[in-house]
Write a protein that binds this ligand. Structure first.
Ligand SMILES: Nc1ncnc2c1ncn2[C@@H]1O[C@H](COP(=O)(O)OP(=O)(O)OP(=O)(O)O)[C@@H](O)[C@H]1O
Length: 225
């Protein structure tokens, strides 16, 4: 799918957080890097209508996020940086089923889809556990599973490896690599970007570099550290 931003400016109060951004994204793996506060999360939130542009337009497969928010959200899944913002129900299995119940998936298909998604991440043993009592890394995996079970066409992951130990970081890396759908990944974990098709570097609300990881990552290290 194609995401097109035309002259997009985002302001929070009197602060301009994104300045006149023009972008077209259709690659399978896109990374977004940049210093804290550079606007990465705000940019990514534009892709599924969580943030709407103050000026300009954002189109997802031709759908204007300001006009077709619901259709856009069905296509674009968003995995939050803090999994506590994602997990809504007290038991893991129920949490994964929640979104499916609200989108008209036939009830009898739901338990199997949930089970398969949990198994895919090696977390089937968490199915009946209370969500609030999971470790940070377990929560991050459950949050990702709860988005993927909805089968979005594009997945946005906001710093998916921050809470993870080495083993789970590798689980997430492998999961991102194996995703059949397009993915946009915001990260400070530069190793995660190996093999990506494209990396955007943000600084001060502007795209200051746009290229392959082998050029974008060294550029970022040289200019933004
Ligand atoms: N809802 C909001 N209201 C006011 N200001 C906001 C809001 N969301 C973000 N900001 C501000 O916009 C700027 C960009 O924030 P954003 O979260 O997009 O940056 P980021 O690059 O993702 O940062 P980090 O790497 O720290 O997660 C920050 O200065 C932040 O304080």
């Amino acid at each position: 799918m194609r995401i097109v931003l035309e002259s997009v400016t985002v302001r929070f109060g009197s602060r301009t957080v994104l300045h006149d951004i023009g972008l077209e994204l259709s690659e399978s793996r896109v990374g977004v890097i940049g210093p804290n506060g550079s606007g990465k999360s705000t940019l990514a939130r534009l892709f599924n209508g969580l943030v709407l542009p103050g000026e300009g337009t954002v189109r997802v497969d031709g759908l204007d996020t300001s006009e077709d928010a619901r259709a856009v959200r069905e296509r674009v899944g968003f995995v939050f940086q803090n999994p506590d913002n994602q997990i809504v129900l007290p038991i893991v299995r129920e949490d994964l089923a929640f979104g499916l119940k609200n989108t008209g998936v036939p009830r009898r298909e739901i338990p199997e889809r949930v089970e398969r998604q949990l198994e895919h991440f090696g977390i089937a043993h968490l199915a009946d556990r209370p969500s609030h009592a999971l470790s940070g890394g377990e929560k991050q995996l459950v949050a990702l599973a709860s988005v993927l079970v909805m089968r979005p066409d594009l997945v946005v992951l906001d710093e998916p490896t921050t809470l993870l130990d080495l083993r789970n970081r590798n689980v997430i890396r492998a999961a991102v690599e194996a995703l059949p759908q397009q993915a946009v990944v915001l990260t400070h974990d530069l190793d995660l970007l190996t093999g990506f098709d494209r990396v955007l570097v943000l600084d001060g609300g502007r795209v200051v570099h746009d290229g392959k990881p082998r050029t974008a990552v060294p550029w970022y290290v040289e200019h933004c550290s």
